[in-house]
Design a protein around this ligand. Structure first.
Ligand code: ADP
Ligand code: ADP
Length: 224
């Protein structure tokens, strides 16, 4: 029951007559509900892989499938739609909108939907679940770093994704707060059966994952 799989995935970037081969024929699979840490030095292809997993880009060759469907065959509109349905994003720098409250930030990805009442209920429920039931109407600058990341985690879940992609989610947090965010991911994986893929430089974040994959110069190695 893979959410997303890659086979012999190559990604090249062309700038002028220069070609950079960022991924050199890698295989991967993300099963529903598992947690995977992606580690590796700067320039090894982590963001490139994250962009493929996030349906923000397609491979130059090879296959990336979402529930068995070839992502390169989706139109741009279909890819955007699938991304919205299946994938949530969490970033190192939170990316909350400062003029919106915690609840409004969580509602953001569904702002254009026709069920605002249902969205509001779900946003409230998610904020309660991440421990911010008493901070619904606070603005981001009234929240600590850990609380901001909790809002971002709640926002990533508003469309009931199968996969959350977290890019250095603890990078701006101290160790204790970072641990709390990792615990939160674990709870959510159990409750919502969501797979979490985390790109990280932090050993303790990688240690907390079910599985660690290491990228080295565009090749991928399974570590545990
Ligand atoms: P990481 O996230 O591990 O730092 P990246 O996936 O960002 O690695 O980059 C992998 C390789 O691809 C690097 O050599 C990088 O310079 C190159 N690269 C990444 N994005 C682009 C791009 N848009 N255009 C050209 N080269 C790129
Ligand atoms: P970096 O890899 O340099 O740390 P970011 O973490 O800001 O970059 O973003 C990672 C990738 O996610 C980028 O390719 C970016 O374009 C994309 N991205 C940023 N914001 C969003 C968003 N709200 N929804 C979908 N993709 C996003």
């Amino acid at each position: 029951d893979a959410v997303i799989e890659g086979h012999d995935v190559v990604k090249e970037y062309r700038t002028g007559d220069q070609v950079v081969r960022a991924l050199k024929g890698i295989d991967f699979g993300i099963a529903s509900g598992e947690s995977v840490a992606v580690v590796g030095p700067s320039g090894s292809g982590k963001s490139t892989l994250l962009n493929l997993l996030g349906l923000l880009d397609v491979p130059t060759s090879g296959s990336v499938t979402l529930y068995g469907e070839e992502t390169a065959e989706f139109s741009e509109a279909e890819r955007t739609q699938k991304r919205k349905e299946v994938i949530g994003f969490v970033f190192q720098s939170f990316f909350l909108i400062p003029t919106l409250t915690a609840r409004e930030n969580v509602e953001m990805p569904r702002l254009l939907d026709r069920t605002p009442k249902r969205t509001r209920e779900r946003a409230t429920e998610l904020l309660e679940r991440v421990g911010l039931g008493d901070r619904l109407d606070h603005y981001p600058d009234e929240l600590s770093g850990g609380q901001k990341q909790r809002v971002a985690v709640a926002r990533s879940l508003i469309n009931d994704p199968a996969l959350v992609l977290a890019d250095e989610p603890t990078g701006n947090l101290d160790r204790k707060t970072g641990d709390q965010i990792l615990d939160l991911f674990d709870e959510l994986r159990e409750m919502e059966d969501v797979a979490v893929v985390t790109v990280t430089h932090d050993d303790y974040v990688a240690d907390a994952a079910d599985r660690v994959v290491r990228l080295i110069d565009g090749t991928l190695r399974e570590e545990s």
